[in-house]
Design a protein around this ligand. Structure first.
Ligand SMILES: [Zn+2]
Length: 423
């Protein structure tokens, strides 16, 4: 796998750093991430915000350490992971920085930039609650346009599960299909026209894994022109949602696979949410709407493995007397496995599903929260985040919780329930 495997460092000291002085610098880098991802900002607004981040970095590093504006902009522009390395003195450097990349080779904001901002906001909030926040950035500064709570709040009501499931299963739809979903009015605003960087000559293509539009790029001119397309979620692109095409004016692009499909082994197949083989068909931009990027990344993407785990569990628990519920009452957990009803209900497993790019951020959040807010006993991560498990297990132990990948968890639940043992 790629740099996800090192997860920005697993050393114990680094966990402390993010709730300590490292959090100041992390906030500053999250301000950079916001400057590059916030659609409401124009060029001048972005530069102004990066200047603000420069000030925050200087303050975090203290006297005697200069952070030059030009250097910061150059490093943000660096297309390789590691461009930010050495920017801050070691003691004030947040973990995860070495693997962070804000812009890709086309100057387009990366998934990293989004994830960094989002994850640091989760840590800031948790740190704020226990009075550990020293930085000058407020959460509202960094919230982005579509904060997760607003998204979930807009879906609340009797059909919450149905609506949330629809955002997972239908991230891009025709205008007619959108009407038929009967989402609450505020949630209709999560859908927008297919963005320009995801269309070519009036067409767009779904990622075979998540069904959201893929990013399209054309390099070079005339005969030498080469088109490429990939899903913005790195795991999807790595498992096969990556294509090339030869641009011909007035013709619908014909796609070729850019990399070999990665296929899961038999054990991981039931919960596999990577790309499935096949060439996606061209769809007209006209008449289609797609979820905004924030909602796609923080509702659709984690929702796919959540829904899959739920569906497979439901099937395997049939006839055992145990049952599973997805996003149960008031969303306290993501998944609940129990037996019995009402007074006799016995919780077997209460799960929070987490898809963090940097496990350090999740660890910092868990530490500040003193465990899971909703009192889930388990943190479950998608199978492709397996490398996060040792670090998460260590942190979970402090809070009487456990961590597992989706497949490990599935097998454990089935084994426990069939054995009849409760936990
Ligand atoms: Zn995708």
């Amino acid at each position: 796998m790629t740099d996800e495997q090192d997860d920005g460092g697993n050393k114990a000291g680094e966990q402390e750093r993010l709730v300590g002085p490292g959090l100041d610098a992390a906030q500053a880098f999250a301000v950079c991430g916001d400057a590059l991802t916030n659609a409401k900002l124009d060029g001048a607004g972005r530069l102004e915000q990066i200047m603000q981040a420069q000030g925050l970095l200087m303050a975090a590093a203290g006297p005697g350490h200069a952070v030059r504006f030009g250097d910061l902009v150059d490093r943000l522009d660096g297309e390789k992971a590691g461009a930010l390395k050495g920017m801050m003195p070691d003691w004030a450097s947040p973990p995860g920085l070495d693997a962070l990349r804000f812009l890709d080779k086309d100057g387009y904001t990366t998934e990293d930039a989004y994830d960094y901002r989002y994850e640091v906001v989760q840590v800031i909030r948790a740190a704020q609650k226990i009075g550990r926040l020293r930085g000058r950035v407020t959460v509202t500064d960094l919230q982005g346009e579509y904060k997760q709570e607003t998204v979930y709040a807009s879906l609340k009501g009797n059909f919450y599960h149905v609506h949330r499931g629809n955002l997972v299963k239908h991230p891009a739809v025709t205008i007619d299909e959108l009407k038929k979903l009967r989402l609450p009015p505020p949630a209709m605003d999560f859908y927008e026209d297919i963005p320009a960087h995801m269309s070519y000559q009036g067409y767009w293509f779904r990622c075979p894994a998540c069904k959201w539009p893929m990013k399209i790029q054309v390099h070079g001119h005339g005969q030498r022109a080469q088109g490429s397309m990939q899903c913005l979620y790195p795991w999807h692109a790595e498992t096969g949602a990556s294509y090339i095409f030869t641009p011909v004016r007035g013709q619908i692009p014909v796609l070729d696979q850019a990399i070999e499909f990665r296929t899961p082994d038999a054990r991981h197949r039931p919960l596999y949410t990577g790309t499935v083989p096949g060439i996606p068909e061209a769809l007209p931009v006209e008449g289609y709407k797609a979820l905004v990027r924030d909602v796609w990344r923080y509702t659709t993407i984690p929702g796919l493995p959540e829904v899959r785990l739920y569906e497979v569990l439901r099937e395997r628990l049939e006839g055992t007397g145990a049952w599973v519920r997805l996003w149960p009452d008031n969303d306290i957990y993501d998944l609940l496995v129990a037996r019995g009803e009402q007074e006799t209900q016995q919780t077997l497993f209460a799960v929070d599903f987490k898809d963090y790019r940097w496990s350090n951020h999740l660890v910092s959040k868990l530490r500040a929260d003193g465990g899971d807010k909703g009192k889930a006993g388990w943190i479950v991560v998608p199978d492709h985040r397996k490398s996060q498990i040792p670090q998460l297990t260590e942190e979970c132990r402090r809070h009487g919780m456990k961590a597992a990948t989706a497949t490990d968890f599935l097998e454990l639940v089935v084994e426990t329930v069939t054995r009849g043992a409760a936990r």
